[in-house]
Write a new protein. Sequence first.
Lengths: 313, 288
Amino acid sequence: MLRHAVQRLLMAVPVMLGVLLVGFLLMQVVPTDPATVRAGPTATPDVIAAIRADLGLDRPLWEQFGLYLWRLLHGDLGVSIINNVPVTQELGATIGPTLELMFASLIWSIPLGIAMGTVAAYWRGSLLDRAITAFTVAGGSIPVFFLGLVLIWYVGFKWQMLPFTGRLGPLWTWEGFQAVILPALTLGGVFVGPVARMTRTAVLDVMGADHVRTARAKGLTERRVVTRHGLRNALIPVVTLIGLQIGFLLGGAVVTETVFSWPGVGRLAVGAILSSDFPMAQGTIIVLSMGFIVINLCVDLLYAALDPRIRHG
Amino acid sequence: MSATTTDIAVPKRPSVFALVLRDPAAAVAAAFVVAVILAAVFAPWLAPTDPYDNDLAKAMQPPGSEGLPLGADTQGRNMITRLLFGLRVTLLMGVAAVAAGGTLGAVLGFIAAFYRRLDGVIMRLMDVLLSFPAILFGLAIAAIFGPGLFSVVLALSIATVPLMARIVRGAALVVMQQDYIEAARAQGMSDARLIRRHLAPNCLSPIFVFATLRFGQVILLGSALSFLGLGAQPPIAELGAMASEGRNFLFFAPHIAVIPSLVIFAVVLAFNVLGDALRDALDPRLRV
C-alpha cells in the first residue's frame, strides 16, 4: 500500500511541474508586459527598466522559471493588474466558497445517484428502471447554466423562496445555508445522472456474480444480498468513477459560480480572463489544476485502499 | 433457376440503421438531428431576417408578438433568425472540435496500438491530458489567445484527443490479434497500408459511436464556455452566447435566455440518445 502511494505521488510530481511550466509560459506569450502595466501609463523608460530588473524580467527564461518556482513556494503568485491585490490573497478568499459549493452539491447528489442506480439495476427493465435511465440521459444533456437560470427564475424570483445571488455567510449559518441551496441544487443536479448511471452498470455487473448467487443460495434476505453483497462490491468502481468525474463537477462549478455570483475560484478565473488580468488568471488556473491533480491522487489511493487487487497488481 | 442453391434461407442481418430506428426514442432523436442539421445548413435561406438586423424598438418583445413568433432579443433581433444562425455556429464548433481532436486522437491511438514501443509514451501523455477537465483547457487557452470561437474549438479539440486515442487504441489492439492482420503482414504489406486498409476500417464502429456521443458533450461544453463569455463574442449568434446575453434580462424577458438554452438541451439530448442507440446496435456486448 505504502509503495503504491509513494509511486503515485512520484508520478504526480512531473505532471505538477508540467502544469507550472505551462502556467509560466502562459505569462510569456500574453501580449502584455507586466513591468509596463505595473509602472502605469505615465512611467518613464528607466522606471520601467527598474521594475523589469526588480521583477527579474531581464534574466534568461530558465532563470525566470526558477525564480517563479521560488516565489511560488513562498506563496507569491504576483499581483493583480486590475486592483493591485496579491493573487494569493484573492485565491485564499475564494477557495473556501468553491469547496463549500462542491461539498454542498456532492452531499445530496452522490447518495441520491447511488440509490437511483441501485434501484434501477435491481428492477432492471421495469418502468422505474426506464424512467431513471431516461432521467440520467436527460440530466447529462442539460446545460448547467440552464438549470441554474430555471431555478433562479422560479424558486428565487417568482416564488421568492430562496436567495440566488452571492454567498451570504458560512455554510453553518442560516443565511449561508439558504444561499447555498440553489447553487448546490444546480451543480448537484447535473451530477446525479452520471452517478446513477455508473452505479446501475456496476450493480448489474456485481449482481450477476457468483458470490451474489451464493449469498442468495444460503438463504440471506434479499435486502442483505443487495446491500451487503451487491452494492458493497459495486461501490469500488463507483468511487473511482465519481472521483474521475470531479473534473466534470469542477467545470460545472465554474459555470454555477458565474450564474449565482458565487465568490469562488471559478468565477475569479473567468473574471480575470475577461479583464485580461494575467497574473490572476495564471494563479487561478494553477490552483484549479493543482486541486485537480490532488483530487485524482486521492481517488487513486482510495481505490487502492478499497480494492486489494489494485495495490498488489 | 435451380432450387438447391437459392432456397437456403440465410437470416439477413438487419442493418445498423434499421436496428437504431427500431428504438422509438432513437428514431425521434435521429429525425431531430437531421432536422437540426438541415436547419443549420440552410439557415441563410430559412431565416426571415438578417441575423445582425437590429431594431431597438422591438427589443425584448415576448414570443407571439406580431411578426416575431419567438420574440426578439435585447437588440430587437428576430429570435428565429438568431436561433438558426446560432445553431449553425454551435454545430460548426462541435464538428470542428470533434473532427480535429478526434482525428489526432485516432492517429495517436493507431500508432500506440501498432508500434508497441511508442505505446507507453503516447498513452502516459494521454493520461496526463485526460486528468484535466475540458473547462480548464478552455480557461487556459482563453487566457492565452483571448476569448473567442477559435479558443473554444482549440480547447475542446485538445480535450477530445486523449479520449479518442484511448478508444481507438483499445479497439485497434483487439483487431491486431486477428489472423487477417497476420496474413496481410505475411503478404509484405507496408505498415501505412496495413493500418489504412485493415486496421482502421475495422475500428470504425467504436470511433463512430464515440464521435456521436462526444459531439453532444462538446456542444454542451462549448456553449458553457460561450455562456461564460470565453467563446463566441457578440454580435455573433451562438446558442451559449445568446443565453448569456439574455441572462441579464431574465426577469423582464426570460425567453431570450431560455429558448437558446432549450435548443442546446434538445440538441445534446438527441445526440446522446442517438449515440447510446448506435452503441447498442453496433456493439451488443455493451448493452446493459
